[in-house]
Write a protein that binds this ligand. Structure first.
Ligand code: ADP
Length: 726
């Protein structure tokens, strides 16, 4: 039923209108003023027409119509003005201006009024129906469109290689694309609310679910990397993303998610990280076994489920790849050092990416093996060269070009040439006498050759052996200078001693023959002289033989001393007095002794021997005569003797050597002074057995001064020395 609004300030007019329109069967709402009409229209808008009196107190008809037309919801309701006043054009015009559709003039003709209202209402109702229909149509069209676009989206989603899904605001899946179904192989029944719980790898699940929860709560983009189980049970890495789709109020209406396969990228990333770790592990140690074990620990379970390095297996010619096993060779500098086998268990299938990774790892493994071997070799060589450094023989290593590669410590010590001055240079320039020994020493190590080498004014006798090898020649040498000198001395001794013995023997023989000559009467006096010579020369022979015996006892350690307290002053006096009895011409012998001297701790007979030797030498080596002075005095815990002469003297460089056995400054006796070279040797040995010292100094530029120190006697005599002498 439709309604018509009747507006007139006079009640009787309203009653008349109601009576006229009643037969139309519409609801009639009557009001008495413009204001009341507006109020009514605020409450209900379903009027099919308004009949409006023009002449009204307060708001008149025009003003009321203007206000009705201003309101959007009432603008289209047709208005019929009711007026009695005027039919003037201006008046009518104003009515149309404010939106009237018709005028009806009082007094009304009932049929005309009724039919006008009927038409208006009818028109309004029809218009309204049309509008509603149009609206309905539009809605239907949209729904169709929506259906179509949803289908398109799905087609699109199905065509995508990724996994695509949608979910409701609470995250419950509402759609999965073909990609998902094909990848997971799940049936519609299995694609429930907890589908992800089952599909995501147990190790990634917790992280993924917590990110999902956060995204749902905050309605922000969800993103996570996780492994999704494929239809065959293997897992592949995916990048999952879900974006909330907003409804008009700004809240999420649903979620669109994608999962992109990043397995290969992830594997490469993982592989690189892994290789980096492996590289570090391999660098950390030089023990092959430790290094390879560390790498194996890294490889399982990231890369494989079990693995094995085999350093015996060097036969692998081509790498092998099956889904369950990889076998690659460990190759370094073109040499196969072993093999590396990786095994997969359920849920893992090896592919080319794994093979590449295994190869890269094998390469690093091979490098580690190689460098550990090199290290061991270097260590071995270092040990060998340390041994070379410590051995007593000099070692020189030359390369094929004759450059010095090694000059060990002993070589430095023996020759006095520093390694820094020799190594890296040509041997012919750096080593004095190289040409001589290189040419004389056989390079097959067959026999050593002793070669003299001169360096800084010193003559060294070095015994060289040489061995040639692939990379050069190694020479070893030892210093035989002293042995050589001794050798020299020995041969000197033979000459000296034979000479020393022959001289008195010749004298004895000559004297004896003369005494016994039957043809000549030598007379008693002459005979006495000759017998004296025989006696003196025999004594001389005994002395020489005694010296030789004593030296030999000292050498063999058979001489034992009878240590006692000895009066130094009395001993010295008796030595000097004995010497005075047979002084040659031109020699004066003086004794200067401290008045009071402490007793010394000595074997008197041996100490006398020392002093006698020194005084005899002083006299003997003053061939032109001169003073010989003996002093004796106290010096701290010692008694000090000096025996000085102004004779031939001893050059400073020889002062140490005169104490050596058989050493003589003038071995060929050019000055005619005989001797065995044993006297000072015997002195030195005896003094050292008394815990004393003996040395020689220059005597103020003329001759020599021999000094002897013997410890002062303590109250008790040390037990070890209280033994008998030979
Ligand atoms: P020798 O039997 O030759 O005298 P020594 O051992 O007593 O043997 O002396 C060794 C060498 O020391 C002597 O040959 C001599 O050249 C030198 N010598 C020893 N005493 C003196 C001295 N007082 N003055 C000069 N030269 C000396």
């Amino acid at each position: 039923m439709t309604a018509v609004l009747l507006v007139d300030d006079r009640r009787q007019n309203l009653v008349a209108l109601e009576a006229i329109l009643e037969p139309l069967g519409h609801e009639l709402v009557s009001v008495l003023s413009g204001q009341e009409a507006l109020r009514t229209l605020l409450q209900r808008e379903d009027f099919a027409a308004i009949l409006l009196d023009v002449q009204m107190p307060g708001l008149d008809g025009f003003e009321t119509a203007t206000l009705i037309k201003q309101r959007e919801r009432t603008r289209d309701i047709p208005i019929v003005f009711l007026t009695a006043i005027s039919k003037e054009r201006q008046h009518v015009f104003r009515g149309y201006e404010v939106g009237a559709v018709d005028y009806v003039f009082k007094p009304f003709q009932p049929e005309i009024l009724r039919s006008k209202v009927a038409v208006l209402v009818d028109l309004h109702v029809k218009t309204e129906q049309l509008r509603q229909q149009a609206e309905l149509l539009a809605l239907q069209g949209m729904a169709e469109l929506r259906r179509e676009s949803a289908a398109r989206y799905r087609q699109l989603a199905d065509a995508m290689p990724q996994i695509v899904w949608t979910a409701d605001v609470r995250g419950r899946p509402t759609y999965f694309n073909r990609g998902f179904i094909e990848y997971t192989g799940l049936s519609a029944r299995e694609r429930g609310a907890d589908v992800w719980q089952h599909l995501v790898h147990p190790e990634d699940r917790e992280d993924m679910l917590s990110r999902q929860r956060r995204a749902l709560e905050s309605v922000e983009v969800f993103e996570a990397e996780y492994r999704i189980r494929a239809a065959d049970g293997s897992y592949r890495w995916h990048l999952g993303r879900a974006v909330p789709m907003a409804n008009p109020d700004g809240g999420a209406e649903f979620w669109i998610g994608t999962a992109t396969d990043i397995h290969d990228r992830k594997r490469i990333e993982e592989g690189q990280g892994f290789l980096l770790d492996a590289g570090v592990e391999l660098l950390r140690t030089l023990d092959v076994e430790v290094a390879l074990r560390e790498v194996a620990n890294l490889a399982v379970p990231v890369l494989c489920d079990a693995c094995e390095f085999d350093l015996e297996d060097t036969s692998l010619s081509e790498d092998e790849l099956t889904p369950e096993r990889i076998r690659v060779a460990l190759v370094s500098y073109g040499r196969t050092l072993g093999s590396f086998t990786l095994r997969a268990e359920e849920g893992r299938h090896f592919d080319e990416t794994d093979l590449d990774l295994a190869r890269a790892l094998a390469q690093r493994g091979a490098l580690a093996v190689e460098s550990a071997r090199l290290y061991t070799e270097a260590e071995r060589r270092a040990r060998a060269s340390r041994a070379l450094e410590t051995i007593a023989d000099g070692v020189v290593l030359l390369d094929r070009e004759g450059c010095v590669l090694l000059w060990n410590v002993a070589a430095e010590r023996i020759t006095g040439l520093a390694a820094a001055d020799v190594v890296g240079r040509r041997a012919s320039e750096a080593i004095p006498g190289y040409a001589r020994f290189a040419e004389r020493v056989p390079a097959d190590g067959s026999r050593p050759e002793t070669v003299p080498i001169e360096h800084e004014g010193r003559e060294l006798w070095l015994s060289f052996s040489a061995v040639e090898f692939d990379e050069g020649t190694v020479y070893t040498f030892r210093d035989l200078t002293e042995e050589r000198a001794l050798e020299q001395l020995r041969s000197n001794l033979v000459a000296t001693v034979s000479h020393e013995l022959r001289t008195p023997l010749a004298a004895i023989y000559g004297a004896a023959v003369t005494v016994r000559r039957p043809d000549i009467d030598v007379g008693a006096e002459m005979s006495d002289r000759l017998l004296e010579i025989i006696e003196a020369e025999s004594n001389r022979l005994v002395e020489i033989v005694n010296d030789l015996l004593l030296a030999s006892h000292l050498d063999s350690g058979r001489l034992q001393l009878a240590i006692d307290t000895v009066d130094a002053r009395a001993l010295t006096t008796s030595v000097v007095e004995a010497a005075r009895t047979h002084l040659p011409e031109g020699i004066t012998l003086t004794l200067a002794s401290a008045r009071k001297l402490p007793p010394v701790q000595a074997d008197e007979q041996q100490l006398r021997q020392v002093l006698v030797n020194l005084v005899d030498n002083a006299v003997k080596y003053s061939p032109e005569g001169g003073p010989v002075t003996v002093t004796v005095g106290e010096s701290e815990d010692y008694v000090l003797w000096t025996v000085s002469d102004q004779g031939l003297g001893i050059p400073p460089a020889e002062r140490r050597r005169v104490f050596e056995k058989f050493y003589r400054l003038d071995p060929n006796m050019t000055r005619g002074i005989g001797g065995t070279g044993l006297g000072l040797y015997i002195c030195r040995e005896l003094v050292s057995r008394h815990d004393g010292r003996i040395w020689v100094e220059a005597n103020n530029g003329r001759g020599s001064k021999f000094c002897v120190e013997i410890p002062v006697a303590t109250t008790t005599v040390p037990a070890r020395q209280s033994v008998t002498s030979v």
